[in-house]
Design a protein around this ligand. Structure first.
Ligand SMILES: Cc1cc2nc3c(=O)[nH]c(=O)nc-3n(C[C@H](O)[C@H](O)[C@H](O)COP(=O)(O)OP(=O)(O)OC[C@H]3O[C@@H](n4cnc5c(N)ncnc54)[C@H](O)[C@@H]3O)c2cc1C
Length: 439
């Protein structure tokens, strides 16, 4: 058994990491800057928690594997189990998707309930301690290519393994540079996305045949998208997003006007008489950012980085939690099968980079379809696959298989090859022939 591991950040990536480390380490300490004990509100360190958080099926599967009681607990606490195409009504750029039992099932709930429920399991694990109200301030060199942490109140924290899960504002690149390492290179795709989100009470007489309403944006003509989904306590979370600096306003009038510019009036009609239950929360993000730690020549033996601290995705595609879960699974497999030696941490960053390459490509190549997005254009092969994916998505109103396959790819439960199913290819040829005859 290894001795002590320290995790910086007690949010979703940090919780999952601590859970896995407790199978291998005697002592796992989460160091979190916020006060989290008995704090059931949105914390300063996770302002994104006010916004829509879709849990992709891949992420749900990995997380439930580590916390088997999760589904039952969440449903008891008021989360909703949603089949994306039976309970969800989707407006695609080419029309409404067909509704049917797709088997693509996940939960809808507030991110705060999700995070707090996960954290509650750690309290039952005697190997894990949470040290809240403690900010890590810097790294310091220790002997033999190892680092230790300097935290507030003059603390020095030493560990056999340190895992940075401090999220999108991670200071690891700066802290590494300060002790003589080089700075990692980074990739950025800036699509300038804005979110505005508000809770509503579900109207008493609401008799629509959906639990979740999704109005997708329509490249390149309409950059606005909206989603309504049920959370706990009979409420809806209503989220708007705009790409290319079309930020949804956070004032009452502007918020409603934005909903009227979505591709369907069903969105506005659904909320216009609903009672708001919160202020309107805003969030502006540039887009996606990935640190290439795997390319660094020198790397500390006892440091690894995962979750948003490595890669931040445009939240529109719901990939953040799932990518953190994928990273934790990579770590688990390595600890199970590999000796913890001087090259462990470097090998981890390599494996992680490979594991998150798919979500990175899926999300950023979608973003790069907007002329307002800044970033390196995808390779020819990626562009071809992505063009094909768009054509498959547009088949949606006429083809259950096309929509289901597209969602399975976006939920990371099937590879993009699912879009090359012979029946889908046949449907595309027939559509092409029909368009040719009509022209
Ligand atoms: C608007 C928005 C919407 C999103 N929607 C989705 C979605 O639909 N689906 C999805 O899967 N993901 C979504 N995400 C991403 C998702 O929130 C994250 O991927 C997820 O929270 C995992 O992040 P994390 O644990 O790595 O980091 P975070 O959740 O950001 O947590 C970092 C933690 O580290 C702590 N910390 C930071 N610095 C220090 C320090 N120096 N010392 C100690 N503690 C520190 C912070 O207080 C915080 O608790 C969205 C993000 C945004 C911004």
């Amino acid at each position: 058994m290894l001795r002590k591991a320290v995790v910086i950040g007690g949010s979703i990536a940090g919780i999952l990491t601590a859970r896995v480390l407790s199978d291998y380490y005697d002592d796992v300490v989460i160091v979190e800057k916020d006060q989290i004990e008995n704090n059931f509100n949105t914390r300063k360190g996770t302002p994104q928690a006010n916004h829509i958080h879709l849990l992709l099926v891949k992420g749900r599967n990995i997380i439930q594997n580590y916390f088997p009681e999760l589904e039952e607990d969440l449903l008891k606490k008021g989360a909703n189990k949603i089949d994306f195409l039976k309970d969800g009504k989707y407006l695609l750029p080419s029309g409404w998707a067909q509704r049917f039992n797709s088997g693509i099932v996940t939960f809808t709930l507030t991110r705060t309930l999700f995070e707090n429920t996960l954290r509650s399991y750690l309290k039952k694990n005697s190997k894990i301690k949470i040290q809240d109200e403690t900010s890590v301030l810097s790294f310091e060199s220790e002997k033999k290519n190892k680092i230790l942490l300097k935290a507030n109140k003059g603390q020095t924290i030493q560990a056999d393994l340190i895992v940075d899960c401090s999220g999108r504002n991670t200071k690891t690149p700066i802290w590494l540079e300060a002790i003589g390492y080089s700075k990692p290179t980074e990739e950025r795709v800036d699509s300038f996305v804005g979110y505005a989100t508000r809770r509503y009470l579900v109207p008493k007489n609401f008799d629509k045949n959906w639990k979740m309403l999704v109005i997708l944006n329509k490249p390149p003509v309409n950059p606005r998208a909206g989603i309504i989904y049920p959370i706990e306590d009979g409420k809806w979370l209503v989220g708007l997003s705009g790409i290319g600096k079309n930020y949804p306003p956070v004032d009452e009038k502007g918020f409603l006007e934005f909903t009227q510019k979505l591709e369907s009036s069903e969105f506005y009609d659904s909320i216009k008489n609903a009672t708001p239950d919160s202020e309107i929360f805003g969030y502006q993000i540039q887009g996606s950012r990935k640190y290439n730690y795997e390319k660094m020549k020198e790397w500390p033996e006892n440091l690894i980085v995962l979750g948003d601290a490595v890669s931040v995705f445009n939240p529109f595609y719901g990939q953040g939690i799932t990518s953190s879960a994928i990273g934790v699974q990579v770590l688990d497999n390595m600890l199970k099968n590999q000796k913890f030696d001087g090259s462990f941490a470097k090998t981890f960053q390599n494996k992680l980079a490979k594991a998150i390459a798919l979500p990175w490509t899926l999300g950023t190549s979608e973003d790069l379809r907007w002329p307002t997005t800044l970033g390196k254009k995808p390779t020819l092969l990626t562009r071809l696959v992505q063009n094909h994916a768009q054509k498959v998505l547009l088949l949606g109103p006429k083809s259950k298989l096309a929509t289901k396959s597209f969602l399975e790819m976006m939920h990371m439960i099937k590879s993009p090859m699912v879009l090359f199913h012979p029946l889908i290819l046949l449907q595309l040829i027939l559509r092409f022939k029909k368009e040719e005859n009509n022209s």
